[in-house]
Design a protein. Structure first.
Lengths: 287, 316
């Protein structure tokens, strides 16, 4: 039986997906596939796990989340808006001149964005730095980072993987959005990073493999990860690129193309159908 | 004048001093701490020193994360690796993100010597200077290095400090104060001005003495801050002397020479001769031999001054 909390988080993920489609539809460009595949993870973080306060986005003891795969900016923006960092209407300005919602996250412009990303492969190093600083300062905040499975082809990721284990950064949890796709095709065909779990384990990480769309598994893995001592933790989330919109699922072509108006409408209708309790509204719950 | 000190030596001491009174300072290196002299800091503050191994991209990225969490990280390695291997990390994770990271790179220029061209950065000023948000310091001696390190810690934003391997004599007297973005006239002259940076400031002073014997009075300006460039100092040198020479241990493309030319050609065109590497890589040799080969010497600078004065007189 499903708990109230899990039900709430699933609805939240669905709301985030709808915002992603609306934003991309209105922007006319952007990356739906990798935004949709990460929606459940991001919903779990922003609506259950992260110790954050949207009214005080820079308080020193906050948990940090870095979207290393910065092209999935819409999933982050939707979560931040729904969590109360900025008005939800502003999502409609995505990618427009003068908008705080840049094509890729810009920490100088938008409150709640912990790191400017977009050039793949850099977020884990930054997360390491934040986790190191937390240890130095004796603060108990945690650092979370989301990586793409194409992104981990970057050498810097493995430099950072080595360093996180070397410095015993147990206040750091990474997610791998293992959706099996990148721009030019399936990750396995372009340049296989497999077996990913073995690789992270060999680099000294605690590794869990979960269904990245199963809210109970996401929460369970996060809870388990936070109890690990002496090691950084990797949660390999098996996901579906484009998750939630039937015609986008597992389609390489939906990596970086925005839905046209009628496609957006169809996508929203589908997501509406998935919605368990429509009309759930934004606003932080003050956690 | 007293003996020579390499700016990297001064850096190590300045860093250790800074660490004593500023607890936010942390230091990162990439397996070159004995050469970059960050080991001086590591010895006193081991808990605030992080060796990242031979992994420059992660070196810069980790520094960015430390800065985002309120630390003042100084990240060091050789200039070629810092600005070459980790350029994208400096661009995106540091400069674009506007994070408070100090990149203090040593072994810049040909005075690296025997290690050869693979290790001699001749393009780092050009690439660092082209990045928005970044401040670029190139200290000439021990005093400027201490000034640059202290100033870098005060500046809330990314800073690049270019340091050298070889010993350099002091170029400033007592009472020198390092003010970021403010060039220093260390010798007056009306016939031409030598605007120099880094180890070439000492060579410029020698060139000016030699030229004085021929009746050419050359002003010598130490341009320790390449960005933001002290445009006022460049323009007054142009107005008051009418002939400029730039001198740097760097390619003539895009460094101090480039910056000075950009300023005068738009605001007060006068002849400018650039002393630097003529669009070539360095090579193995003793530092003095290499400086000689590329004309990065007092006589090389003096020749350039004679040339610039001639152009001025010819009305070119
Ligand atoms: C350094 C860098 N190289 C190339 C790109 C262009 N790019 C954007 S997304 C992408 C593919 C990413 O694939 P993956 O990490 O699997 O992302 P996801 O499938 O989750 O969208 C590429 C190559 C980039 N943003 N950064
Ligand atoms: Mg992928």
């Amino acid at each position: 039986m499903e708990s109230k909390e899990i039900r709430m988080l699933r609805e939240r993920a669905n709301e985030i997906r709808k915002d992603i489609i609306r934003m991309l539809g209105s922007a006319g460009s952007g990356h739906p596939g990798g935004s949709l595949s990460a929606a459940d993870i991001v919903a779990a973080l922003y609506f259950k796990v992260l110790r954050i306060d949207p009214r005080d986005p820079r308080r020193p003891d906050r948990d940090r989340f870095i979207l290393s795969k910065g092209h999935a900016a819409p999933v982050l923006y939707a979560a931040l808006a729904q969590r109360g960092y900025f008005p939800r209407e502003e999502l409609g300005t995505l990618r427009r001149l003068g908008s705080r919602l840049q094509g890729h996250p810009d920490m100088k412009k938008l409150p709640g964005v912990e790191m400017s990303t977009g050039s793949l492969g850099q977020g884990l190093s930054v997360a390491n730095g934040m986790a190191l600083a937390g240890k130095l300062d004796g603060m108990d905040y945690r650092v979370y980072v989301l990586l793409g499975d194409g992104e981990i082809q970057e050498g810097q990721v493995w430099e950072a993987a080595m360093a996180a284990a070397h410095y015993g950064l147990d206040n750091l949890t990474a997610f791998l959005d293992h959706n099996g796709m990148q721009i030019d095709g399936p990750v396995a065909e372009v340049m296989s990073p497999e077996p990913v779990s073995d690789k992270w384990r060999a680099f000294g990480w605690d590794v869990q493999v979960i269904d990245g769309h199963d809210m109970a598994q996401i929460l369970g893995a996060l809870e388990r990860a936070s109890a690990v001592k002496g090691k950084p933790q990797m949660i390999v989330a098996e996901t579906v690129k484009g998750k939630g919109v039937s015609f986008m699922e597992n389609q390489v072509g939906w990596h970086g193309v925005a839905p046209k108006p009628e496609e957006a409408e169809r996508a929203l209708a589908e997501l509406e159908g998935l919605c368990l309790r429509p009309g759930l509204e934004g606003e932080g719950d003050g956690r | 004048m007293s003996g020579k000190t390499a700016t990297r030596e001064a850096y190590g001491r300045a860093l250790a001093e800074l660490g004593g009174y500023n607890k936010r300072v942390v230091v990162l290196d990439a397996d070159l701490s004995k050469s970059t002299k960050t080991a001086d800091f590591a010895r006193v503050f081991p808990e605030r020193f992080f060796n990242m191994g031979v992994a420059e991209q992660n070196l810069i990225g980790t520094a960015a994360g430390l800065a985002a969490a309120g630390k003042i990280p100084f990240a060091s390695t050789f200039a070629v690796f810092a600005t070459g291997r980790a350029f994208d990390q400096i661009r995106n994770s540091v400069a674009y993100a506007g994070l408070n990271v100090k990149i203090a790179a040593t072994h810049a220029g040909v005075t690296v010597g025997e290690d050869g061209g693979s290790h001699q950065s001749v393009e780092d000023i050009a690439v660092m200077r082209s990045l928005p948000n970044l401040t670029v310091f190139v200290p000439a001696d021990e005093a400027e290095t201490f000034g640059a390190v202290r100033a870098a810690a005060e500046i809330d934003g990314p800073v690049y400090i270019r340091l050298g391997r070889a010993g350099v004599p002091p170029v400033h007297g007592q009472g020198f104060r390092f003010v970021p973005g403010k060039a220093v006239i260390i010798r007056e002259g009306r016939d031409a001005a030598i605007i120099a940076t880094g180890i070439m400031v000492a060579a410029a002073l020698k060139a000016a003495s030699a030229l004085a014997g021929e009746g050419i009075e050359a002003r010598v300006v130490s341009m320790h801050t390449i960005k933001p460039l002290d445009v006022e100092a460049v323009l007054s040198a142009a107005r008051e002397t009418g002939a400029l020479v730039t001198a740097e241990e760097h390619s003539v493309i895009g460094g101090l020479g480039g910056a000075v030319c950009e300023a005068v050609c738009q605001l007060y065109p006068v002849p400018v001769k650039r002393v630097g590497l003529p669009d070539v890589f360095g090579e193995s040799g003793k530092p003095e031999e290499l400086l000689e080969k590329f004309g990065l010497t007092p006589s090389g600078i003096a020749d350039a001054v004679r040339g610039a004065v001639k152009m001025k007189k010819a009305g070119i």
